[in-house]
Design a binder for this molecule. Structure first.
Ligand SMILES: CC(=[NH2+])C(=O)[O-]
Length: 128
């Protein structure tokens, strides 16, 4: 599949590690459910700590991505859900560390609450 970054000065530059748009063509498209920071072995949140939950949620996402036969570089769209948008910079830093460039398209949404009392959820669309 091909993954082409779309960028225009006529729209705002990204305020985090994402692209304005990605053109994905060919191959398979996979829609992943949201992941929160649950430990697979216990089904409980890994930590009360925001950063710990973000890292576990991305680890869970990567496990499903790999099971689908893909890699994190095949993500074309991410959606982040945060119960506290004051943690936006922290989520950006962890995502920039974990997700390879070119960054996928992304939306980030502040929400009142998430399942299991989680502080962070991430969902993805793959094309590979
Ligand atoms: C602004 C936006 N699209 C994001 O994900 O941070």
């Amino acid at each position: 599949m091909t993954k082409q970054v779309v960028f225009t000065d006529a729209a705002p530059a990204a305020v985090g590690p994402y692209s304005q748009a990605i053109i994905a063509s060919g191959g398979k498209t996979v829609f992943l459910s949201g992941q929160i920071g649950l430990e697979p072995a216990t089904g409980e949140l890994v930590s009360e700590n925001f950063e710990g939950q973000v890292r576990q949620a991305f680890a869970n996402l990567e496990a499903v991505v790999k099971e689908a036969g893909a890699s994190l570089s095949d993500i074309v769209k991410l959606t982040l859900f945060l119960t506290d948008l004051s943690r936006f910079a922290s989520a950006n830093a962890i995502m920039a560390e974990l997700i390879p460039q070119p960054f996928p398209a992304r939306s980030t949404i502040g929400v009142a609450s998430l399942p299991k009392g989680a502080q962070f959820e991430v969902e993805a669309i793959l094309n590979f």
